[in-house]
Every structure is written in structure tokens, then in C-alpha cells.
Design a protein around this ligand. Structure first.
Ligand SMILES: C[S@@+](CC[C@H](N)C(=O)[O-])C[C@H]1O[C@@H](n2cnc3c(N)ncnc32)[C@H](O)[C@@H]1O
Length: 289
């Protein structure tokens, strides 16, 4: 049978994926490494299914290794006899406790089948929660900023473990970044805070991240023309989006929108290539073009 690593998403019970929920419901035991992941899991399974594993709050590697060995020894027999889940917040493969369990199981119980159910990671959830768009053509790096660290370099960074926001902020601002902080995003427990003032979140809370972007960074998108245009067109009461819904005809709408967007590079070779690749892979909404 199987040990499933199930990503629960950032902390709201209805952001668990459909597959994650199905797996949790089907498993005999659901192990959770912490209070928050446990409270999300409990929205989907009965308390009687929750398994006991203990993790000490220590950096002592010897103690940690022995705790993981104990956890693996508890979980492995149950994963041989039936299906069990180990839940983590976010995604099990992104800075997650599940990695420790997987390595320990691989080393000491290699016959146990493992499967991972991805979850909505804070790496992507932050963008929606904080109103940030990572546009096509932009890069995004993931870094850690524990204990006031201020990693620098990339144009755009998401920083995890922002435990001393004022100190991290100073370093980032000195290096020319604009920074926004997000605390407990999409999380049921505790207060969600989004701010660009580090003093507002100077109290340590592990579930804090930062989005840092080099000042005056801008990538011009083809569709930015629509915004400029709708500003002018609004005066006549006809924006391209309104025209789209008014005509009710997809074909005519597309023609109109395309014409409206042409001045900003639409129709260029690169854009055509990007568009056809997007269609091919199904991640490109035709009406945007
Ligand atoms: C060890 S990492 C775990 C990441 C998780 N596996 C994921 O995929 O989202 C923990 C860090 O992720 C960030 N984080 C995770 N969930 C968050 C949330 N709901 N709101 C804000 N930050 C969060 C915080 O920076 C926290 O210190």
C-alpha cells in the first residue's frame, strides 16, 4: 500500500485540492507534523484518524535524525498494511518537513511505496493574496530570510521565513528593492496582514513572507495597451472588454480586440510563436489575443 505526502495548501481548508481531499478521506491514518496542518486536516477527516508523530523543536541534528527515524518506524508498518497520509502546509516538495520523512523512509524502509499529492504553495498563493502579477518574461527567485537576513541579487524574489522584518527590510531597501510583506495568507488561523511597513509586523511570526522587487522594474506586456486604451475609450463608453461582452459573438469580438491590441507588438514573430505554443499546451485563453 502507500504513504501519501499530501500538500494542504496555505492554510484554508477549501484550498486543499480535490485529489488531496480524496486521498485524506481514503487513508486509514493521517499524520501531521504540526498544529496548523492538523487543524486543516481535521476539516476533512475525523479526529480518530489522526496519527501521532512527535517532532522536537531543536536544531540538534542528532536529535532531529532520531525523531525522524522514530516517525518513520511508526508510519512505515501502517503504510505497508494500508494507505496512510503525511500532511504538510503548502506543497510537500517545497521547503517541507515531508522531505525529511521521505529521505528517512527511503533509507530505512525502502519497500514502502510513496506518492505525493501537490498542494497550493505559498510560492504561488502569495501572488494572488498580495495582488502581484509575475508577468510573462519576468523571473522570480525563492530565497530564505530567516533571522533578519536580506538576500539580494535577482530582480524579483519571494522570501520565506521572514522572522525579523525590520532587519530584513533595511538590507533590501539599501540594495534597491521595494518590499511587501504577507503574513498568514489564505490561512484560517491567526490574522492575515499585508503591508509594506515592516514595523507593523515586527512581532515574530514564522508564517511571514516578503515579495521584493527591484525599484522601477517594468516589463511591458502586449495587453497593457488595453488598459491605456480603455482609459480613452471609457469616455465614449466603449472599452474593448465591454465591446467583447456586448457583441456576444466570439469571432467578431476577437477581431475587434486584436485590432485594438495591435500597436504593442501583437503579430510579431515572437508573439505568434508564444501564442501558438500557448494554444498547443492549452494555457492560453484565446480571447486575450
Ligand atoms: C518551511 S516553508 C514551507 C513552505 C510550504 N511547504 C509551501 O509550499 O508553501 C515555511 C515558510 O513559508 C512561508 N509561508 C508558508 N505558508 C504561508 C502563508 N500561508 N502565509 C505566509 N507565508 C507562508 C513562510 O515564509 C514560512 O516561513
Amino acid at each position: 500500500m502507500t504513504l501519501y505526502g499530501v500538500g494542504l495548501g496555505p492554510g484554508e481548508a477549501d484550498l486543499v485540492t480535490v485529489r488531496g481531499k480524496q486521498v485524506l478521506e481514503a487513508c486509514d491514518v493521517v499524520y501531521s507534523p504540526g498544529r496548523l496542518s492538523r487543524s486543516v486536516a481535521l476539516e476533512h477527516v475525523d479526529e480518530s484518524k489522526i496519527g501521532d508523530v512527535d517532532f522536537p523543536m531543536t536544531r540538534d541534528e542528532e536529535k532531529l535524525r532520531s525523531a525522524w527515524k522514530e516517525a518513520a518506524a511508526e508510519i512505515a508498518p501502517n503504510a505497508r498494511d494500508g494507505d496512510v497520509a503525511f500532511v504538510t502546509l503548502g506543497d510537500p516538495n517545497v521547503y517541507s518537513t515531508f522531505g525529511h520523512l521521505r529521505r528517512t523512509i527511503d533509507a530505512f524502509h525502502p519497500d514502502v511505496e510513496l506518492e505525493i499529492v501537490p498542494g497550493v504553495s505559498a510560492v504561488t498563493a502569495f501572488a494572488t493574496a498580495m495582488g502581484v502579477e509575475i508577468e510573462a518574461g519576468a523571473g522570480l527567485s525563492l530565497r530564505e530570510a530567516a533571522n533578519g537576513a536580506s538576500p539580494t541579487g535577482p530582480d524579483r524574489m519571494i522570501l520565506f521565513k521572514v522572522t525579523d522584518a525590520p532587519a530584513t527590510h533595511d538590507g533590501l531597501v539599501d540594495a534597491g528593492y521595494e518590499v511587501t510583506y504577507g503574513r498568514r495568507l489564505f490561512m484560517e488561523q491567526g490574522e492575515t496582514i499585508i503591508t509594506d511597513d515592516p514595523e507593523e509586523i515586527d512581532e515574530r511570526d514564522y508564517y511571514t513572507l516578503a515579495y521584493a522587487e527591484k525599484e522601477a522594474l517594468e516589463i511591458e506586456q502586449a495587453t497593457a495597451a488595453f488598459q491605456r486604451q480603455s482609459g480613452t475609450e471609457d469616455e465614449t463608453g466603449l472599452s474593448s472588454r465591454t465591446a467583447e461582452s456586448d457583441t456576444g459573438s466570439d469571432e467578431s469580438t476577437r477581431a475587434e480586440t486584436t485590432t485594438a491590441g495591435e500597436p504593442v507588438g501583437l503579430g510579431s514573430e515572437l508573439h505568434e510563436l508564444e501564442r501558438s505554443e500557448g494554444f498547443e499546451h492549452g494555457d492560453c485563453e484565446q480571447h486575450w489575443y
